[in-house]
Design a protein around this ligand. Structure first.
Ligand SMILES: NC(=O)c1ccc[n+]([C@@H]2O[C@H](COP(=O)([O-])OP(=O)(O)OC[C@H]3O[C@@H](n4cnc5c(N)ncnc54)[C@H](OP(=O)(O)O)[C@@H]3O)[C@@H](O)[C@H]2O)c1
Length: 278
């Protein structure tokens, strides 16, 4: 039986990934950061359709603690569970105008979204047995969406690193799959508008307000986490998955945008986001 370790398992997407993997017969190690988060996860799994008591039994589901910024924690979890597959799902989104974000917050974003996930994967490979890493990334990594600067930079770094590392891991037979997600209906969006509009940069105030309005407008169309989770479970368990997979609302936008010359692309984005010079 394949053992899959999923980080951030109490999140909207994380819990859906755990459920999708259990439905596909995997053994799951779900990591969370607190007792409350473990209760939340177990209660949600009990509520979900299609999971039998046997799927949630101790021999199929283990819940452990991990903050991915904790180096010792990553090593200990890897040693304790020796996963066949790691799904790096945990993450937070640092949003706002680039000029409004300070160095400490930026460093923390890179630590949680790049250094931590890569460290966890490295430890799982070092301990032996791990044959696949799934990186949950975002369509914003293409740099098309204002006010996602450090989050986009972190996901772009994770993707670039994964693409390079995939080459180096070929000889070991370890695969890396990058899943570029579009917008998904999870709690991450709850404070997103408020975070962006709260910034102090006067020159982008109208744009930040527009961003928040557009998110409110589009939110009903964001993808169901269960749909994205099925794709991620496939990335974890299918034979020969592609190196890059796209899923979720708007996830095909970057490929379409690449067909448009940069000045036109910028004009469309700044007009749409109310960022034209006044
Ligand atoms: N929702 C979207 O539209 C969307 C789009 C593209 C990509 N994604 C990606 O999907 C993944 C899951 O996001 P989500 O939407 O489900 O967000 P979410 O509901 O905010 O959940 C984030 C999860 O990550 C955990 N987490 C945050 N920092 C952590 C750390 N340092 N160590 C360990 N766990 C940590 C959180 O734990 P706590 O509960 O303890 O804070 C929570 O379980 C993220 O990688 C995100 O970037 C989401």
């Amino acid at each position: 039986m394949t053992t899959v370790l999923v980080t951030g398992a109490n999140s909207g997407l994380g819990t859906a990934i755990v459920a999708a993997l259990l439905r596909r017969g995997a053994r799951v190690v779900a990591t969370v950061r607190s007792d409350d988060a473990e209760h939340e996860l177990r209660a949600e799994l009990d509520r979900l359709d299609g999971l039998r008591a046997a799927d949630l039994a101790d021999d199929r589901l283990t819940v452990d603690r991990l903050d991915v910024t904790d180096a010792d924690g990553c090593r200990e979890v890897a040693v304790r569970h020796r996963p066949d597959v790691v799904v790096n799902n945990a993450g937070s989104a640092l949003l706002g105008a680039v000029v409004d974000i300070d160095d400490d917050d930026a460093r923390h974003q890179l630590d949680a979204l790049v250094v931590g996930p890569v460290r966890l994967a490295r430890e799982a490979i070092a301990v032996g047995g791990c044959r696949r890493i799934v990186q949950v990334s975002s369509m914003v990594s293409d740099g098309l969406v204002p006010f996602t600067g450090w989050y986009a930079a972190a996901k772009a770094a994770l993707e670039a690193l994964s693409d390079v590392w995939r080459l180096e891991l070929e000889a070991r037979g370890v695969e890396i799959v990058v899943v570029e997600c579009g917008a998904i209906a999870t709690d991450v969006w709850q404070d997103a508008g408020a975070d962006v509009t709260a910034g102090g940069d006067a020159t982008t105030a109208a744009g930040r307000q527009r961003w928040s309005t557009l998110v409110d407008l589009l939110e009903p169309r964001f993808e169901d986490p269960a749909v994205v989770a099925r794709t991620i479970a496939g990335a974890a368990l299918d034979d020969r998955p592609p190196a890059h997979v796209r899923v979720g609302f708007g996830s095909s936008l970057p490929a379409l945008a690449r067909l448009v010359p940069e000045p036109i692309r910028r004009r469309i984005a700044t007009t749409l986001m109310d960022l034209r010079p006044r």
